[in-house]
Ligand binder design. Structure first.
Ligand code: KG4
Ligand code: ZN
Length: 333
């Protein structure tokens, strides 16, 4: 089954083609990050307009990369939620029009299901059940993946997502947008004990997380240093921050795996590219005797290959079934 997938939930336009789910025949990604960097964050209307401008061209180039014609497609998949509503609507409407014109089914895919499916591309033998730590710009969740479309959130952040904190700290340090990768790079030359930063826990909810106190603590360190005219140890702060985020995520992921009896631990989302978090997960999984699945960095951030993969495991609609499909800014798993 050949599926063409479209991903437009934020500021990356993605078009990919999969064969029977895990074989990726084409994977095209167009980042708008430069356009949004001018404003220090994603401007929703600019994102929507630029998805609209580039989509048809990306579809053509994905087909070309795969050596396929439109008539070879068996279905069109699209991210329908969650994300920026205007951006999602562009993708959903484009995908719907394509499916209608070709007379093939439209398969709506939840963005986070897609992130989790990045693991299936990276590890062809991986099958549910497993535990997945989802860490992206908008989500920090522990997900009990019981089946390809049967998932439960068993722990989550009570306030900010981990990626949001990385971006905010990076922005205040003048590292631009999105700053997670730049902050990660800066941390490589710093000491993780340079600054004493808090690790919050949530009373009687051991699998839940909180990052807002950590974010405020880091911002206070930066502002205090500025006010007192002290030199900030920027690499040290970046390394101490990454360690604090990792210390929040990794033990909870391990606890969740052990509580649910999972021996397979997967990681998904843009923040899963973080060097410190990857190293800590690797060490913790070894200690616990769990198998760790870490997709390559290219599959951690937003992309359409993960949507094309997940779509294969979703319910197979008939060609005209989903032509009233809507997009949603928020949607539980
Ligand atoms: O999954 P994703 O591409 O988009 C969402 O669905 O949100 O995640 C984007 C997030 C951003 O916050 C970005 O700064 C962060 O992932 N990120 C990183 C790294 N690379 C991307 N955070 C920490 N370290 C990284 N290496
Ligand atoms: Zn994402």
């Amino acid at each position: 089954m050949i599926i063409l997938a479209i991903e437009t939930s934020c500021d990356e336009t993605g078009v990919a083609i999969s064969r029977n789910g895990r074989e990726i025949l084409a994977n095209k990604l167009h980042s708008q990050a430069d356009l949004h960097a001018l404003y220090g964050g994603v401007v929703p209307e600019i994102a929507s307009r630029n998805h609209m401008l580039i989509l048809a061209k990306l579809v053509e180039s994905a087909l070309h990369e795969a050596g396929l014609q439109k008539s070879d497609l068996d279905a069109v998949a699209v991210t329908y939620a969650p994300g920026l509503i205007g951006a999602l609507l562009v993708g959903v409407n484009f995908a719907k029009s394509m499916a209608y014109a070709l007379g093939v089914p439209l398969i709506p895919v939840h963005h986070i299901h897609g992130h989790i499916a990045a693991n299936y591309i990276a590890y062809p033998a991986l099958e549910p059940p497993f535990l997945c730590l989802v860490v992206s710009g908008g989500h920090s969740q522990l997900v009990d993946v019981r089946g390809y479309t049967d998932m439960r959130v068993i722990g989550a952040t009570r306030d900010d997502a981990a990626g949001e904190c990385f971006d905010k700290v990076a922005r205040v340090l003048g590292l631009g947008y999105p700053g997670g990768k730049a902050l990660d790079d800066l941390a490589q030359s710093g000491s993780d004990s340079a600054y004493d930063l808090p690790r919050a826990s949530v009373d009687s909810a051991p699998l839940d997380m909180s990052f807002s106190g950590l974010k405020t603590a880091v911002l206070n360190k930066i502002h205090n240093a500025e006010q007192k005219g002290e030199v900030l140890d920027r690499p040290g702060l970046a390394a101490s921050f990454a360690a604090a985020v990792s210390d929040t995520l990794v033990p909870r992921a391990m606890l969740a795996a052990s509580l649910l009896g999972h021996t397979k631990l997967c990681v998904a989302g843009g923040v899963a590219a973080n060097t410190r978090i990857r190293a800590d997960l690797d060490a913790a999984a070894r200690r616990a005797g769990c198998t760790l699945y870490l997709p390559p960095q290219s599959l951690c951030g937003d992309n359409a290959a993960m949507i094309a993969c997940q779509a294969f495991y979703e319910k197979r609609p008939s060609p005209l079934d989903n032509l009233a499909q809507n997009a949603y800014a928020t949607m539980p798993l």
